[in-house]
Structure formats: C-alpha cells, structure tokens
Write a protein that binds this ligand. Sequence first.
Ligand code: MN
Ligand code: MN
Length: 328
Amino acid sequence: MTSRPKSYSPRSGADLPRFAGIPTFMRLPHVDLETATQDVDIGIVGVPWDGGTTNRPGARHGPRQMRDLSSMVRNVHHVSGIMPFELCNCADLGDTSVNPIDLEDTLARVGEFYRALRGAGVMPLTAGGDHLITLPIMRGIFDGRRLGMVHFDAHTDTWDSYFGNSKYTHGTPFRRAIEEGLLDPKRVVQIGIRGSLYTPNDKDWGLSQGIRVIEIEEYSELGPDRVIDIARDVVGDGPTYISFDVDALDPVYAPGTGTPGIGGLTTFDAQRMLRRLRGLDLVGGDVVEVSPPFDPSGNTALVAVTMMFEILCLLADRVASLGRKQPG
Ligand code: MN
Ligand code: MN
C-alpha cells in the first residue's frame, strides 16, 4: 500500500493547541472538490442551509459552529480502536454552494456537489443544515441501487406537504426520496420517533410503505442493543445511509435545534447504537438540524460532531474493508 500523504493527517493538538488555527472539521486539511477527486476517500461537507425549516430556523449556522467544536475530536475511537485518519484519507471539503433565498436552486446546487463526489468515489459525511438537505444528498449519491437508511429522529420526516402544496420542507425529505425511488422503504428504520401529531393518521403513510418505525416507547422497552439488531435486519446487506437528526436526542443534550421534543435518546445510548452499525454496506451519513442560535454554548454542536466522529469511524472501517483509493 502506498503511504498516505502526510497532508491528510489532522493537525495535532500537541503541535498547535486545539483552540488555535483555522477551524476545519476535525482539524483535517481543507481540500477543494477538484483536488478531492484524486485521493480523498471520505469528504466531510457542510451544507449551511435552513430554507426547509418550518419553525425555528438557524441550522444554516450549523456547519460553522460544528467545525469549531470538532476541534475536540482526537484520533482513536476509545471503544472500537478504529483510527479513521489512519485507515483512509479524510478531508474537509468545505461547504456546498447554497442559495438562501431559493429552495429549488439550493436543492440543485447541493445535488450537483454530491453527484461530483460520487463521480470521484468520495464517500460523504455531512454536517447540516436542516433535514431537507438529505434529499439532494441522496439524489447525488444514488447509483441506481435504492438506499436503505438508519434514521435517528424525533420525527418521521415523511409528511406530504406543508402550507398547502409545499412539497419540500425538512418534514418531507424521506417521502420525496421514496417517491423518487432513491430510498427503499422496506430497508428504512426510524429510531426515536415521538411527539404530538398533526392528525391521527400521520403515521399511516410510512407504515403502509413498509418503513420500520421504532417509537421511543418501543425503544425504551427493547433497549439500544436489541433495537440495532432489528435495524441491521431491516437494512440487510444493501447500500445503507445513516441520517442523524440531533432532535432524536433529548433536548437536555441537544437544545440547539429547530424542533425539539422531550423524552428523547441519551447521547450515550445514541453512541452505543451507532457503534453497533459497524460492518454494514455504508455509503454515507449526516448529522443535521444543529441550530446554534438556540444553543450559543456550543454543546449541541459538540454532541453533533461527536456523533459525526462515531459515524466517521464506521465509514472509515467500511472504506478500509473495500480497499481505499491509491493516493493520486
Ligand atoms: Mn429530521
Ligand atoms: Mn426531527
């Protein structure tokens, strides 16, 4: 195996203190999309956009605060021992282009960015942004095989429309993704679902499509390990995406989000579940809905980037099992 270019190592905290320097995701080098096509295996991307938000906005500021707090991330996963930055070339690919006053245009821009990543063989790990961004991400990475998904959220995000006929909001991405044939509903599991509904039959559509919905009450009965056994059965061995909405967590852990709901997951249980997803055919992931104006302390962003590191370890382990790109 050719040796990895030194430039893909995160900047060491023993070399430059973690509070210093230009904040990139996990202190990785910032690489532009064109350079990434040569030898980046996993690209960490920000999508600074909240134009799909129906209530409390601010997720457009998520990636910047998440970059800042991600300076806390070190090199080795303390349980699995996975060292993602040794296993493959990881880089901060910057933020996608967005248009803060035009939803459709933004969906096109984001989709184009991820299509380029797919063309380059770069696996994406994304910091949102509101949850609508997962739709253009899936459009971009779709390779003809429908995706499965492990989805952590307080909400199903499978509503049809808002305000009459608005089909694209952060409450609708997975309905659109299923309609567009990007997601296979029978390979989708949703974990942490809770909260009051709009109408008594809000749950019907997803269930009728075959989505496995694990509401927080069932989760509480089964516990995190058993829930992930079920999740692994649902997604099987096909290509699978991990989407993590921070509002899956209880707002005591993640208050800085647009649609908080009490009675949620603990951070530790979420980490424990993510770790048990190792070995799936993972093709990417995201952590979305961090809204810094609702948590200026940065704790929600710290929680989010810690979940990103958990997911990064899974993706890196997958890349390593496939044999990573040779440096260009
Ligand atoms: Mn969501
Ligand atoms: Mn949610």
